[in-house]
Design a protein around this ligand. Structure first.
Ligand SMILES: C[S@@+](CC[C@H](N)C(=O)[O-])C[C@H]1O[C@@H](n2cnc3c(N)ncnc32)[C@H](O)[C@@H]1O
Length: 434
């Protein structure tokens, strides 16, 4: 039996830490209740201050028995401010990889799937993020974990330095009163565009909260301040209708991926880790097999990055994507590359796949929730010979793999791409053959 839960907030308690929860946070059981203990590692014994209530939490004061892969976190915002951007900076990088692999393997085993993580692909684990969602209130930065409070960040070691530069500038301006306090009712979605020719520039999308919209005159002041920054190449903001109004530059911008120019549009999804992305593209090209004369689908295709790279070798590629602006960016890239065998289909996969296909090879890269039953069933009916499933959540991947296995597919391999070092997130590639 563990020690009783203290009712006082400042009475330290000795805790034995259990496994990570689904958000990469350790838990400890105290008097029949689970507590969340941040910056812990399973198996450790710690002394912690416990807060009781609806969501009991333990804050480590001292590590009494440390895991062998515990390290001192280098970032003050992680260490002292509980910044929600990272969860695992207190674990060595090797330890993070081992724990991610173990966690994915455990998910597969518990779903009864006979595959384990084979290759693990890594790159430089710092300065890898090219995108960020910056919250604006009294400060500019990222939200504290499990809180609405905003950490005043001046640099983020996992992000491109330009992202830090923007946050430092905004914090200076907030402190000087030259931009107003947005009370967390406004977010900036930023993306660093990089190419050898133009260097690093920034796309900024200003997103006022649609339900608690800040005053229009405050938004105007911010837009003016942002357009004065020489590294902001493109600035836009979302109107109450959801439409986008361009303030500065072109809505589209280019980056370079694996030596090719790719068009991106502000506000649409694109991978954040541009250093590791070429490895995933290489593996897709290898695993797609001989493509001559074959029909390919890149479903949940975004700006069509995977389909575009596969198109050179195939007869025909359909990029299926619900975001019309991402589709426009893809069309621009196809034109720039002189590719004419890619069809960009705007719409939900559930609707588009019914009237298109069949395909011999299908690339899937859905959001975290994975595939809907409709999409799974449409694909099973079309029987592609290969499915290359890119996933950012092992749980939904395991569920979807089970459906394909039941329909006669084999999972040939599972690889981990560490797109998000110092966080608990993973990127996975599962190769299925029929
Ligand atoms: C994880 S992103 C992958 C994008 C792209 N493969 C890439 O690597 O940049 C998922 C994409 O699926 C799109 N999406 C979400 N639900 C969809 C649906 N039901 N049908 C088609 N696309 C969808 C999103 O707009 C987003 O661009």
């Amino acid at each position: 039996m563990g020690p009783p839960v203290t009712e006082t907030l400042d009475e330290p308690v000795e805790l034995s830490l259990g496994d990570f929860d689904s958000h990469g946070v350790t838990r400890a059981r105290v008097a029949q209740r689970w507590l969340e203990v941040e910056q812990g590692i399973p198996g450790e014994v710690v002394s912690a201050r416990v807060t009781t209530g609806k969501r009991p939490q333990g804050r480590i004061i001292e590590v009494l028995k440390a895991a062998t892969d515990r390290v001192a976190p280098p970032c003050e915002y992680f260490r002292d401010w509980k910044c929600g951007g990272c969860q695992w900076q207190h674990i060595s990088y090797e330890g993070q990889i081992r724990r991610k692999r173990e966690s994915v393997d455990a998910q597969m085993a518990s779903a009864g799937i006979d595959v384990r993580v084979g290759q693990v692909h890594t790159e430089e684990p710092w300065r890898y993020r090219s995108t960020a969602g910056i919250a604006l209130g009294r400060h500019a930065g990222f939200r504290r974990r499990a809180s609405l409070a905003i950490v005043p960040i001046r640099d983020c070691p996992i992000s491109h330095p330009l992202i830090g530069k923007l946050m430092a500038t905004l914090n200076d301006q907030l402190q000087a009163g030259s931009i107003p306090d947005f009370h967390g009712r406004l977010r900036l979605d930023v993306r660093v565009l990089q190419s050898p020719r133009d260097g690093a520039r920034m796309q900024v999308m200003v997103r006022p909260d649609q339900h608690r919209r800040p005053p229009a005159e405050d938004v105007e002041i911010l837009l003016k301040a942002l357009s004065d920054l020489e590294f902001v190449e493109q600035l836009a903001f979302t109107l109450i209708t959801g439409e986008i109004e361009l303030v500065r530059g072109d809505l589209f911008g280019t980056i370079e991926v694996a030596g090719r120019s790719v068009e991106l549009v502000s506000g649409s999804f694109f991978q954040t880790n541009l250093k590791l992305l070429p490895s995933l593209i290489d593996r897709l090209l290898e695993e797609a097999g001989e493509l001559k004369g074959k029909r390919i689908a890149d479903v949940y295709g975004g700006v069509g990055i995977f389909g575009l790279f596969l198109a050179e070798h195939a007869r025909d590629v359909a990029v299926v994507e619900s975001d019309p602006l991402a589709i426009q960016a893809g069309e621009r890239t196809a034109k720039a590359w002189g590719i004419s065998n890619v069809r960009f289909l705007t719409g939900r996969a559930e609707d588009v796949l019914e009237g298109d296909g069949p395909y011999e090879v299908v690339v899937l890269d859905p959001p975290r929730t994975g595939l809907s039953d409709e999409v799974t069933n449409l694909l099973i009916a079309q029987k592609p010979e290969r499915i290359l499933y890119v996933s950012c959540l092992a749980q939904s991947l395991a569920r979807d793999l089970t459906a394909f296995i039941t329909a006669g597919y084999q999972v040939e391999s599972l690889e981990l791409f560490d797109f998000y070092p110092h966080t608990y997130h993973v990127e996975l590639l599962a190769v299925l053959k029929n």
